[in-house]
Design a protein around this ligand. Sequence first.
Ligand SMILES: [Zn+2]
Length: 374
Amino acid sequence: MSKFFSVSHNSKKSKARLGKITTAHGVINTPSFVAVGTKGTVKALTPSILKDIGTQVAFVNTYHLVTHPGAEIIRQAGGVHKYSKLDIPLMSDSGGFQVFSLAQNTRKARVRADEEPLVVKISEDGVKFRSTYDGRLIEFTPEKSMEYQAEIGADINMAFDECTYYPATHEYAQKAMARTHSWLERCIEYRNEKPSKNQYLYGVIQGATFKDLRRQSAEFVVSKNTPGVAIGGVSVGETKKEMREQVEWVLDYLPKDRPVHLLGVGQLDDIIDLVKYGIDTFDCVEPTRLARMGTIYQWGKGEIDITKTVFKNNLEAVDINCKCYTCLSFTKSYLHHLFKQREILGYTLSTIHNLAIMETLFAQIREEIAQGSV
Ligand SMILES: [Zn+2]
């Protein structure tokens, strides 16, 4: 079996590095963007379009797939790669982020009205809740999360963690961190008892906005020797400065021989600095979500709102500096027209372009690391 992760070059200027993550569904050259495909689809794109763009890896959400269509159906279909035809390396999260934000919202909802609470039980063990769609009782514990992720079959899996809400008190953040650590041990134990072929587990660093906790968590998670490590609980409402601090605090603890993923971060203006911190992969919903709202990246020049009237007569390429299918074929005026008419093709063309910009950006970053300028 080939090695899961290898580093081919370390920058002398920063902690940036060039690496390769090898999975059963292909190789990811890092640093890399991870396109978000929450429900087993990168919205508005067919898997073949995604391949043409050059997207190396996509992210699916366990919580969403467990509620719809159900992990069991995906298992019967032969796993999410076969089921969705997303034939590239895939990452899945643990479900922790969604179940805890769901728990938060439900607590608020219960105060507002006396409807049947969605969450049935939150404990040290995990979360139990009833699906609003079909009343099914769904349970998320470390073991259940591992079982679901095995059924879904993504190449890279996250350990079950508690993503602390923002702002959290030190006391609460410490409790949540301790829980995340003991859950990581249970996830590892589960995988040792029921090995999952070609699936690689990442432990998740938590600790909210507290330096001591972040460092403690990084030390603990890295010591567990999971094939990869993720930084979680960032970009949950804190400022950009706080987000970067949370990453900076743990830099010295990150493993040199294993890949590091940053969960839920990847805005254009953050990426280069975070690469310099030594982050290898980033998943972020923004390029695809913004695309569907008509926000179109412009290479090196921020973004434009294609729905604005100013673009009605603009017969220039969507982005004159981009060579993607959308930009080689269509004008700003045409894309404006599609958005104004709410034509489905508009979402497809804008998503192709924004993801192409991400791929171009990461290719450039990899080039710059290789040449020694980053
Ligand atoms: Zn383009």
